[in-house]
Design a protein around this ligand. Structure first.
Ligand code: BDP
Length: 686
């Protein structure tokens, strides 16, 4: 391949929407100018981008790789670009054009420069981002050597965005998708969104809420979706749709949506054909069925497998049905934590090969801490995928600083005792994250929530990365490479999720959030129609003790785990009140009573947030004023709300156990009635 096309760095000017203002819009892709030795090395290297001509063929993915490199290098070198003319630092983009050749990339260095390669065009785009990440972190361009392949084939975002622009559990403004003006108008944001996703390896997007509107399967929406699919294809992203199971009836004019009815099967088949005619690489359907009021196959006496298989048949080998395992019913008095396992495990082996069952990380619902879902490992003949929640519905929503990678790491590394860790079980399939993006200028509402989007993509690509590694690279790229900054902020991030656990739901408590919006504490709520919607259902607090007995003397949810794993979980203090009802005065390993231990945990959580605020306050010189202030103000909110959580919870537990606070403990600021009187019907995200 002797003939090369050299492209100058001025290509950066072609990149639209590359705002430089420090308002968070640029995410981790801001490529702040290098300084010191790192800058000198890159100047010395004098990068010149070249594309292997035989591979080029005006391919939009390779063009994107060139554009990203041009923009990134230009930005890293500082403005005006300080590259020296006539240098030798060639960066050769040289990838195969096999459409399904794989997504792995390599970045190697030899005397001629850097070569980015791999089997398919997307390899080169991923390789370009990896190279930029390394350079941005200060790596020496003469010695860079990277090879990487994604661990999981599906690295997916699930948007809970509604077509009217409202985002369910969204805390960052309105939806980023302008459905109303699509397909005629495509916002630049849609390209920048694809760039951000591609840069962390996300390759699939479900564009709409699992509580889906059937009309999104109508032709006018297929045209809108096609515009998005076309825009994102160069970035390696396939589109998926959440499909409402009753669509054949809702919009198809059929009297039924019974999956075994031939007319229903024909309807789904025709619908799939219609979508594939517009979007040949359409990913498939995500379905929430017979869950929280959504229609499903059980409405017709059919099983989840019957339902999923009909959609799978319609897609054929063109696409995938992702069927959610998030089910529970008010007509079932079995422990909610057990219901999904009970319903799905007997169906193992009955799902069509192009069906994936998507399982939340824990058996309840994205709580600050849950044990891993017992379905992982229990369905060896079914393709299981992990569902995580990037948006922080139960972890402080739009303001609290909570870095979620440690939580996902905890789940991914959990040994199921049935053929591997959760990561090993889902690795052949994939991982989905409920997105936290919105129309806010910084995408995620709070600047630190960008880290959760970033960490999700990085972990789905490589679940063996540690939370710490990810936090380091994110913080340095997003805020500042100054070692003092990174050394202070990374530990703050790493401890932040545990802080939330401690001030909201310590020692294995769960779902103590207020009704509906889940904003703030509501441990006293006990009068909602469905038992398992009530916080009292989960805490089971009475005069004697607190916690949900899930051992053999209680619901026996523990028995859903492999025996050695169950024993470990039963003995784990982090899950104490998840699995046991414990007397208030029972002695803990610390020597304190449970009550004193619980109070201590709330206080630890509050103190941790105070320490986070102090850590941040010391970073002013490293961070631009706008983002510095935004984070600082959020931390003030978090400090107040951590106290609110602690005080309201303690006031409530005291009203039940009648116990005095351990000596030296600060009493709640207000009477219980005050906390109970607080109402926030307008809280976001409902
Ligand atoms: C819960 C949310 C609810 C979702 C549901 C789901 O509160 O808004 O619709 O999960 O996952 O976490 O379907």
């Amino acid at each position: 391949m002797a003939r090369l096309l050299a492209l100058c760095l001025a290509v950066a000017a072609l990149l639209p929407g590359a705002a430089r203002a420090e308002d968070g819009y640029d995410l981790w892709l801001r490529y702040a100018p290098l300084e010191g030795e790192a800058l000198e090395r890159l100047e010395e290297f004098n990068p010149q981008i070249a594309v292997d001509l035989y591979n080029r063929e005006d391919n939009p993915t390779l063009e994107a790789a060139v554009r990203e490199l041009g923009f990134g290098l230009h930005s890293l070198l500082g403005e005006p670009a300080r590259s020296r003319p006539g240098g030798h630092g060639r960066i050769l983009i040289d990838c195969g054009s096999h459409p399904t050749g794989g997504e792995q990339y390599f970045v190697t260095t030899d005397r001629q420069g850097i070569r980015i390669g791999g089997p398919s065009h997307i390899s080169c785009l991923y390789g370009a981002y990896a190279l930029l990440r390394e350079l941005s972190l200060g790596a020496d361009p003469r010695t860079i050597n990277l090879t990487s392949a994604p661990a999981m084939p599906l690295r997916m975002l699930n948007h809970w965005d509604n077509p009217d622009g409202h985002v369910e559990r969204g805390y960052a403004g309105r939806s980023i998708f302008d459905w109303w003006n699509l397909p005629d108008r495509l916002d630049q944001r849609m390209i920048d969104y694809a760039r951000a996703n591609a840069s962390i390896g996300i390759n699939a997007v479900v564009v709409n809420n699992v509580n889906a509107q059937a009309y999104m399967l109508e032709p006018r929406y297929i045209a809108k979706l096609k515009r998005l699919a076309d825009a994102w294809r160069p970035y390696g992203i396939r589109v998926f749709l959440s499909a409402r199971f009753s669509a054949p009836r809702d919009i198809g004019g059929l009297p039924t949506a019974d999956p075994l009815d031939p007319a229903v099967r024909a309807w789904w088949r025709a619908k799939a054909d219609e979508i594939y005619a517009a979007i040949p690489d359409f990913g498939g359907f995500l379905v929430k069925a017979n869950s929280e009021g959504q229609p499903g196959p059980q409405d017709y006496g059919r099983s989840h497998a019957d339902g999923a298989n009909v959609l799978a048949e319609a897609l054929g080998n063109r696409g995938t049905v992702i069927w959610r395992a998030f089910v529970y019913s008010e007509h079932n008095d079995v422990d909610r934590a057990m219901q999904a396992f009970d319903e799905f495990v007997p169906l193992d082996g009955q799902f069509a090969p192009n069906v994936i069952v998507q399982v939340k990380n824990g058996p309840i619902d994205f709580q600050p801490r849950e044990p891993f879902h017992p379905m992982f490992g229990a369905m060896p003949n079914t393709r299981l995928m992990l569902e995580a929640q990037i948006t922080k519905e139960y972890l402080g929503q739009g303001t609290h600083l909570a870095y979620l990678a440690p939580m996902w790491e905890e789940v991914l590394h959990a040994d199921t005792g049935r053929g591997g860790t959760v990561a090993q079980i889902v690795q052949p399939v994939g991982m989905a994250g409920v997105a936290n993006t919105g129309s806010d200028r910084n995408w995620t509402g709070s600047d630190f929530d960008q880290a959760n989007w970033y960490a999700f993509g990085r972990l789905a690509w490589d679940p063996s990365l540690t939370s710490e590694q990810i936090a380091r690279e994110w913080a340095a790229q997003t805020f500042s490479r100054a070692p003092e900054f990174v050394e202070a902020v990374v530990p703050m991030m790493l401890g932040s999720r545990q802080a939330v656990v401690d001030y909201m739901t310590p020692l294995g408590l769960a779902h103590q959030m207020a009704t509906g919006h889940h904003y703030g504490p509501g441990p006293w709520v006990c009068d909602l129609a469905r038992p398992e919607w009530n916080p009292c259902y989960y805490a089971r607090a009475d005069r004697q003790g607190i916690g949900f007995d899930r051992t053999a003397s209680g619901s026996n949810a523990l028995a859903q785990y492999a025996p050695p794993v169950a024993a470990g979980l039963a003995a784990d203090p982090d899950y104490l009140l998840w699995f046991h009802h414990v007397g208030w005065d029972q002695a803990m390993p610390s020597g304190r009573s449970l009550w004193a231990e619980l109070v201590g945990r709330y206080d630890t959580g509050v103190a941790a947030v105070d320490a986070m605020a102090d850590t941040w306050a010391a970073q002013q010189r490293h961070v631009d004023p706008q983002r510095f202030r935004a984070v600082a103000e959020n931390l003030v909110i978090q400090q107040a709300e951590a106290r609110w959580w602690r005080d309201a919870s303690l006031a409530w537990w005291q009203s039940i156990n009648g116990l005095p606070l351990p000596e030296g403990t600060r009493p709640p600021q207000h009477e219980l009635d005050y906390y109970r009187s607080l109402a926030f019907p307008e809280a976001p995200g409902q």
